[in-house]
Design a protein around this ligand. Sequence first.
Ligand code: 6PG
Length: 245
Amino acid sequence: MEAINPRPEIRVFDSPPALFHGAAQEFASRVQQAVNRNGRFSVALSGGSTPKGLYSALAGTSFAALPWDKIFFFWGDERHVPPDHPESNYRMVQAALLSKVPVSTENVFRIRTEASDAGLAAQEYEQSIRNFFELGAGQFPRFDLVLLGLGPDGHTASLFPDTAALSETRRMVVANWVEKMKTHRITFTYPVLNAAACDMFVVTGEGKKDTVRQILEEHRDFPAAAVNPQNGELLWFLDRAAAGK
Ligand code: 6PG
């Protein structure tokens, strides 16, 4: 398959609810395509606060008929806290989505961040991905969809500016020390993000509009700007506030 280097497909919605419904419809469409083609759908979820609205939309009646038993859930990053901690991305997704749809635990690949050694949690998670995708050495997984958020500093997943993970080219998952937070974050690296069939940013709010413009129009080299799947699609779903319109 020849490499395609897509310009981002940018979609702007009038409001966060409209954005979350549009993103849920995109998610559902990709589920159907992947299940029809391969019998399953693999997705890496984003954390933080923005995607809660998307996860809640997916838990709604409009999407009850999705083949939930064929959807396999991963996370693009996780905080180094236990799964029941208020800052846990797993906990957020569990509350907003997984507790409301018929998904068995075998379909949920949680990052085991209760381990005191963040590096060990990263290694275990990488091995679970390797097993699921039946990867050989040096191969990277092709997720059907990777959901991503954007921080005002231009980070995505837990690829923060000036952190070691930005230059990782061999490992899929690393424990990334984030000095400004004085903590490790477990995160996908660029090889995984850029091997995906689709990377989809979901961004809302005035607070992100400058960073969005600097990435999409001025091509500033923020971490999020280096997400560009060579053989996949790159989507930016924005509300009007984040699009600066
Ligand atoms: C996380 C996310 C992170 C998030 C951005 C935006 O673990 O926090 O993966 O990359 O997407 O920080 O966060 P908000 O959606 O809360 O603004």
